[in-house]
Design a protein. Sequence first.
Length: 219
Amino acid sequence: MQSCDNCHVRIRGHKAVCPLCGGELSGTPEDPAFPLLPKRRYTSRMVFKSAIFCFFALFVVMGTIRYLMGPDAAWTSAVMLWAPLGLAGLFITMAYRYNVLKLISAEVYIAMILNLLIDIATGSHGWAVAWVIPSLFLALTIALFVTAKALSMKIGEYLVYLLLAEVLSFAQIIFIVRNTNPHPWYAVIVMAGMLLFILAELIFLFQDFRSATVRTLHL
């Protein structure tokens, strides 16, 4: 055991100097009282800083290319448009990495927005609202249910996320009413299926839904 002749204290573990006065220690060092954890090379703060730097660096590079190449580099505008969504996706992943249902939901909603912007940027052909967004809503519902079952979650733990995805799927009505969906039949079928799911959940799982809502909203 090490000791400090100045402070007259004994120190367990292996210290380079006295933690009280900073003086030299005498005696034989021991193994640490508590195991030493290795320092993480990459922390959340470092990831955030690196992502923000890459985000601004990308804007600088794209702006420079656009200035030098002129109209021939119109694609740089699309890159600068999608970059914020990529950054948001990374932040969401870091924030919800311990809640897989929130993570899946947020990433899918980001993917919907990204595909919609790509569709608009490439001429508003309507493929995003006709095929991609309905498919993503359907895939999200299935993914939430399968993930919850794989993790052995109780109904009340995932029912709110499931209902939220099903309710938000009816936002596709906006594209149908505005005639921006060239093939609305697929979206209508998906929304009809979601409505049947909602009715089944409210009828057969009403008590679970009520408990989950109260717990989630802290009512």
